[in-house]
Design a protein around this ligand. Structure first.
Ligand SMILES: [Zn+2]
Ligand SMILES: [Zn+2]
Length: 200
């Protein structure tokens, strides 16, 4: 556990955030820019950064009450600097938004503006091609209650709850094959591929 400021120094992001805050306060033309910068910095000074090793399919979280930024434990591994910084700045943008625009929606236009001030694309999710977030898909698979699979190519899809319609109604977007329920981890049952059974 480290202070946010120390984390920003260690990851080489302090300059980006300091410059970003100066730009962000221009959201209020005519306001006392210096006072706002001070206010934001005072707030950021109170934050700590923690690694969450039990995160389930989420790369980061910003807690206003707890003054904590949580980052997925895997983001601290070597070679993950890209998604680490991307997630860190996404969460810092939330912390800044809380000070400058407490009325704003989570990923509303104020947050988006602040993301741009930090030199980042205001993308809401980690579902981006810029960085490799495949470790999140592994998490989701580990915590999934149901595993569906494609009858044609055996690609697996993890799910938390049962599909709305009978499984025959769904196809695998990758190859067009029909899906089947392969594993129910709640009842500890596994099921064979029905088309493989037909062919046998
Ligand atoms: Zn967010
Ligand atoms: Zn398939």
């Amino acid at each position: 556990m480290k202070s946010l400021m120390q984390t920003l120094i260690d990851t080489g992001n302090l300059g980006t955030v300091q410059e970003g805050v100066k730009k962000a306060v221009t959201m209020f033309p005519g306001g006392d820019a210096e006072a706002l910068v001070l206010q934001v910095n005072n707030e950021l000074n109170q934050y700590r950064v923690v690694a969450n090793h039990r995160a389930k399919g989420r790369s980061g979280l910003c807690s206003l009450r707890g003054k904590t930024i949580e980052l997925h434990g895997k983001l601290f591994e070597e070679g993950r600097e890209g998604p680490r910084d991307s997630t860190l700045l996404h969460e810092v943008a939330h912390a800044i938004t809380y000070v400058l625009a407490p009325y704003a929606k989570g990923h509303g236009r104020e947050w988006k503006f602040i993301m741009q001030c930090l030199g980042r694309k205001p993308s809401r999710t980690t579902n981006t091609e810029d960085y490799d977030y495949s470790f999140l898909a592994e998490d989701r698979k580990k915590s999934a209650k149901l595993i569906y699979a494609c009858q044609k190519c055996e690609a697996e899809l993890a799910a938390q709850r049962k599909k709305k319609h009978p499984i025959e109604a769904y196809t695998h977007t990758g190859c067009g094959g029909k899906l089947y329920l392969k594993e129910n981890r709640v009842t500890r049952q596994t099921f064979p591929n029905p088309s493989a059974a037909l062919a046998a």
